[in-house]
Design a protein around this ligand. Sequence first.
Ligand SMILES: O=C(O)CCC(=O)C(=O)O
Ligand SMILES: [Fe+2]
Length: 212
Amino acid sequence: MANSFALPASTDYFGDALQLDMLTNLSTHGWSQHSLFLPETLRLALATECADLAASGALKSAGVGRTAVLTVQPAIRGDQILWLNPGQSQACDAYLAIMESLRLLLNQHFYLGLEEYESHFAFYAPGSAYLRHLDRFRDDDSRTVSVVIYLNQDWLSDQGGALRLHPQGLASLDVSPIGATMVLFLSAEMLHEVMPASRDRLSLTGWFRRRA
Ligand SMILES: O=C(O)CCC(=O)C(=O)O
Ligand SMILES: [Fe+2]
């Protein structure tokens, strides 16, 4: 069946201004933030899918560490997740196509040799958080660029749930998880944490990986 979401062709999805902003901020500061990164129809479809998965019990408590040594530790990490597979839904395929364009763009400009993208839905119930961490594992340096896209509509800053970034040598800063906002950062360098929120917090998190 044809995908009803407009799929990007190569890197055309990103306008020149967005490309420049994304690439400049990532290379000079190690991170980059963009509002309205997804069309509203796609944000809504992904948010609905994530909420439905949560309600049906399809999401599982996220672990800490790598597969062989994965442990669920809610005091460190309180989200529930579901890894994405191609063909899961039209909305997920449209999102993965956008991420594929982003992979090509990052490779063109930074010669990062990014080969894969892995991604999961994440659902943080009120009060759950993810303590300060780096996304790169100690024994696997393949995760290179982290991407988070927020899915909630009408997020208010007094509802908490910020992504708190801790850039080296600089003051920490908060990104509010407003629907369709996208954040990119270097997985090995950017310490970050998820602050607790007073409402359900929905997102898609993913990592561009190079060969391990
Ligand atoms: O949801 C966020 O803002 C960040 C999530 C995160 O840090 C992670 O899943 O590793
Ligand atoms: Fe993280």
